[in-house]
Design a protein around this ligand. Structure first.
Ligand code: ATP
Ligand code: MG
Length: 364
């Protein structure tokens, strides 16, 4: 549970709307890109490629298509690492009939197109495949072969810009891509729309506690990059809560100057949180567990909450789950107070001391 849930209610919110949740109903903007994707699908074109940096909104975009396009859709969050895995992907989607099971007839990679064609009949299938940059040439080559031989399929693949290099080495596939969509960033009014939609989804009204001015500044600082917008808004509402503010002003954003977000053009890793450093005395007065965690982080940088729990004496907790939740809460607290910083690496968050706090530990 979020330690500050109660306080969000002062804005009429049931929860923090700026968590990095993927919810296609909160999708905004990218109008031309949406049109291009729908046009591709409606015309039953074969392969579309969506590229965008991390956090640009590729997964959200695919999920939006999945939800809003009225036909058979199949979203796969990661491509297989071996071509053979395509077989189980499709047999799980369609299921196997009693006779097929009786006769032990599971399709092979070679008979897969025939199997899919039969299962689809006249239906059109939209196959949405995310994180395509994570697979290898062999899988991509087979994907091309399958798509070529399945009659009624439109493939939409999404990945990071590096995928362009991979594809340029695979001309057979590359040349079949008829729609190329690039997700860059939202414009100013879409940025406002994103914030407003999120706030209203948790019961808030309009853009409060933000103002048009603060939203313009948020747009400038984040370059309209969706994940960065969410991260900055999260930080601003949390520090407004800490300070008991009802409205977030330009001055409040200014206070975060020293923790300017990484420029949008910079690739990972990103430092998401680095507020004002605390004093020596403040560190000494911290509760035992908080000091213990800081000590661990001073010995080793970038730990996940789970690793921290494993390094601690957790006898006082009911279970490891309890311990992890508690450590998560403490880390969040320490982050808000400027002791630690956080980076997202893949699916996990990793924590380290902020540079200033690190030097204090070295001196001690
Ligand atoms: N068009 C959009 N409208 C509203 N919110 C968006 C939009 N695009 C992205 N977001 C939000 O921004 C965050 C990042 O988006 P998403 O995870 O889709 O990015 P991604 O390009 O798939 O990133 P990665 O490459 O790291 O997987 C999510 O929390 C998502 O809800
Ligand atoms: Mg994604």
């Amino acid at each position: 549970m979020n330690i500050m849930n109660d306080n969000f209610s002062k804005w009429g919110w049931t929860e923090n709307p700026f968590v990095l949740r993927i919810d296609p109903s909160l999708f905004v903007g990218y109008e031309n890109q949406v049109k291009a994707a729908l046009n591709h699908i409606e015309n039953k074109h074969k392969i579309a490629l969506i590229t965008g940096r991390t956090g640009a909104g590729k997964t959200t975009f695919l999920k939006w298509v999945e939800k809003n396009y009225d036909a058979s859709k199949f979203y796969v969050s990661k491509p297989p690492q071996k071509p053979e895995e395509f077989v189980s992907l499709f047999t799980e989607l369609f299921g196997t009939s009693f006779f097929e099971r009786l006769l032990g007839q599971k399709p092979t990679l070679y008979s897969l197109p025939k199997y899919v064609n039969k299962k689809l009949g006249n239906r059109h299938l939209v196959f949405l495949l995310d994180e395509i940059h994570e697979t290898n040439k062999e899988v991509l080559e087979w994907l091309r072969v399958l798509i070529d031989q399945i009659d009624n399929i439109s493939l939409v693949i999404a990945g990071m810009p590096v995928v362009d290099e991979k594809l340029s080495e695979l001309q057979t596939l590359n040349q079949r891509i008829t729609t190329r969509i690039n997700l860059v960033s939202l414009d100013k009014s879409e940025t406002k729309e994103l914030i407003k939609k999120r706030i209203e989804s948790v019961g808030g009204k309009g853009i409060a506690p933000f103002t048009d001015d603060t939203i313009s500044t948020i747009y400038e600082k984040t370059g309209g990059f969706p994940r960065e917008i969410l991260k900055l808004c999260d930080r601003l509402v949390n520090s407004a809560l800490e300070k008991g503010l009802d409205v977030i002003t330009l001055k409040d954003i200014e206070e975060h100057k020293e923790i300017e977000l990484p420029k949008v053009r910079v690739e990972e890793p990103k430092v998401t949180f680095m507020p004002k450093p605390p004093s020596d005395e403040q560190i000494r007065n911290l509760p035992f567990k908080q000091r213990k965690i800081l000590k661990l982080l001073s010995e080793k940088d970038w730990l996940t909450p789970t690793t921290i729990v494993e390094e601690m004496d957790t006898g006082s907790y009911k279970s490891k789950g309890h311990a992890i939740r508690s450590v998560n809460n403490i880390l969040r607290r320490l982050m808000l107070d400027g002791y630690v910083q956080r980076e997202s690496r893949g699916k996990a968050f990793m924590y380290a001391l902020t540079p200033k706090v690190r030097t204090m530990f070295v001196e001690n």
